[in-house]
Design a protein around this ligand. Structure first.
Ligand SMILES: Cc1ncc(COP(=O)(O)O)c(C=O)c1O
Length: 602
């Protein structure tokens, strides 16, 4: 799975006789010239001329001993699972899971087959790590409803207590817009009072509010495309629109790690689906070439359409799509490109416009720009952007446009306000006079001028009309803040000796746990120390690649990240999670400078 990206990197270096760092990263600033040279060589070897920025991703190989122990762990669990199933069969142990009804015993089994084995015998042991109810806004911290189980996780009871102020390292709140105070929350509250919460109709009937149209215009201008359309649910945006874009006789080329909504959309479209290795351009090109050479099976007619499905940031790997190469391939083979920016919109690019901006590409080169409002915008729903004729076609052909009730007004308002805030268009654009007055204030030394370092917000006492200036600074800096937090957090984890996956700039940070027993243990130990994390295992990951998945937010302060990192280190020592064979020397105390760490070859 992860090999593709890692191998590719190594191939590139090897091809040029340049030895990569052992974690696949290029070396530090002490060898700055060498660094630049290596980068250049690397990119030249990997279609480097297509990239406007360094592309650094690492997927350290699983250490052999860890892999063996992980397989042994699963082996032992499987043996015990069979033993317990045997005891359940003979009613020695109580069976809590759904069983076949006696009168249906001649039917094909519904519940107790082997597929259920994993749920019965492994998942149940660590089930307390998921579906935990929270009872506050999922911001930088949240409150958790405490629960306990007296029957080994088969059922839970609430204790009536609330665990307060848990540091939130799990929500997709990249830009910190999941908040219950501030301009977005106020605007959404006002709209709820004016419009109510429900719309009670579809867009085509009575559910087309003026604010839906305003939102679509705003999304189109944010993305830099001709037109855009919004939907009430991100999952349905994929699963219901792909079938409107491709059908029988079409070929869909899908990355092996694509999200379930893309996979479902592809399946529902009745197109032929072929899967390429994750972010592996050789694999994609081979499929494209074969598709052009051989055409459709049996008839060998050309495919009606070839559609490539990829994501901006992959939420389990923390990898960023090699978009410049994908675009080059889709142009070469005249295919269409569908890009899902659920995790990258708002989180990547100097002004938060996603992976296209991150690589300095033209949005017109992506045929279908899809994304969701659930992550960076702290709201709900999804969008599709592209050429006007494409969007007009979708308005009449997409199931989620015709048959689904339109988006709730407060949700629309949350998206509009947060997006305008990101764009600096919420009536807060810095005009020359405001800048002039600000400079004047500084020059004459107005006594209550406060410059806060957090978010770089500026408060000019007594000059209320210039509060607008504050918002521009606050909102622009969320993107900056996220980028800094991401680089800092990733670097510190590497320095501590953890194996972390993905791109240096990805706010999704997977940290490898590998062994099944450590999935539950890590989540529990972290929560005991008031840090909320998401742990992930099979089937969301390959069976031996269980991991914790941290999501970094602009809302996290440096103190919060430091606290979380200290706890991760402590739990990492306790559970022996520092698997990395590469020693990264701690940098000097320059927390936000990504070039200050050095790799030490053992
Ligand atoms: C890549 C991707 N696409 C689509 C979705 C579905 O979006 P939503 O949760 O907004 O329905 C997700 C959800 O996490 C996702 O990760």
């Amino acid at each position: 799975m992860t090999e593709s990206a890692g191998n590719k990197k190594e191939d590139c270096h090897a091809a040029n006789g340049v030895k990569p760092g052992r974690n696949g990263m290029v070396k530090n600033h002490h060898h700055h010239h060498q660094y630049q040279k290596q980068e250049k060589v690397y990119h030249a070897a990997c279609n480097g001329e297509l990239y406007s920025r360094p592309f650094m991703e690492s997927f350290e190989e699983t250490p052999m001993l860890v892999a063996v122990l992980t397989y042994m762990g699963y082996g032992i669990l499987t043996i015990f699972g069979y033993l317990r199933d045997f005891m359940r069969e003979w009613k020695i142990e109580k069976c809590h899971i759904a069983r076949e009804r006696e009168e249906q015993k001649d039917f094909v089994p519904l519940y107790q087959d082997f597929e259920n084995f994993y749920t019965r015998n492994l998942y149940m042991r660590i089930r307390d790590s998921w579906n935990r109810p929270i009872c506050s806004v999922p911001g930088d911290k949240f409150d958790l409803v405490e629960r306990s189980s007296s029957d080994y996780n088969w059922t839970f009871e609430y204790t009536g207590r609330v665990v307060k102020d848990v540091i939130n390292l799990g929500s997709y709140n990249y830009l910190g817009f999941a908040e219950n105070t501030g301009s977005c929350a106020t605007a959404a509250g006002d709209v709820t009072v004016r419009f109510g919460v429900g719309v009670a109709s579809t867009r085509q009937e009575m559910g087309n509010l003026n604010m839906h149209e305003e939102l679509e215009k705003l999304v189109a201008s944010f993305l830099g495309v001709e037109s855009a359309m919004t939907f009430g649910m991100g999952f349905a945006t994929n699963s219901m629109n792909i079938p409107a874009l491709a059908g029988k006789g079409c070929l869909i080329l899908s990355d092996e790690l694509n999200h379930a909504s893309l996979v479902l959309g592809a399946r529902l479209s009745c197109s032929t689906i072929r899967v390429f290795k994750h972010n592996n351009m050789q694999s994609l090109e081979k499929l494209l070439r074969d598709a052009i050479v051989h055409g459709q099976p049996r008839t060998h007619r050309p495919w009606k359409k070839i559609l490539i499905l990829v994501e901006g940031i992959y939420s389990m790997e923390g990898s960023v799509i090699r978009l410049p190469e994908v675009i080059a391939l889709k142009k070469k083979y005249k295919a269409y490109l569908y890009l899902d920016e659920a995790h990258s919109i708002g989180a990547l690019g100097p002004s938060g416009r996603g992976v296209v901006e991150y690589f300095g590409l033209d949005p017109k080169d992506v045929d279908i720009m899809m994304g969701t409002f659930t992550k960076s915008f702290g709201a709900a729903g999804g969008y599709i952007g592209g050429r006007k004729d494409l969007i007009d076609y979708l308005r009449t052909h997409s199931h989620s446009a015709i048959y689904a009730t339109s988006m709730s007004p407060p949700v629309v308002e949350q998206i509009i306000t947060s997006m305008k805030c990101i764009m600096g268009e919420d009536g807060t654009t810095i005009v020359v006079t405001q800048v002039g007055i600000f400079i004047l204030c500084v020059a004459i030394g107005i006594p209550d001028l406060i410059v806060k370092s957090d978010y770089f917000s500026v408060h000019i006492g007594g000059l209320d009309k210039h509060w607008t200036f504050i918002f521009v600074l606050r909102c622009r800096s969320r993107i900056q803040r996220l980028a800094e937090n991401t680089v800092y957090f990733r670097r510190r984890l590497r320095e501590m000796g953890f194996i972390i996956y993905g791109n240096n700039d990805s706010p999704v940070v997977p940290m490898m746990l590998y062994m099944p027993a450590k999935i539950g243990a890590f989540g529990r130990e972290m929560l005991k120390r008031n840090i909320g994390v998401v742990v992930v295992g099979f089937p969301a990951t390959p069976i031996i690649e269980s991991r914790a998945r941290f999501c970094i937010s602009a809302a996290h302060s440096k103190e919060m990240l430091d606290r979380a990192l200290d706890v991760i280190s402590e739990v990492g020592d306790l559970l022996q999670l520092k698997y990395s064979r590469h020693k990264v020397l701690p940098s000097l105390d320059r927390p936000f400078d990504e070039t200050t760490y050095e790799e030490n070859e053992e």
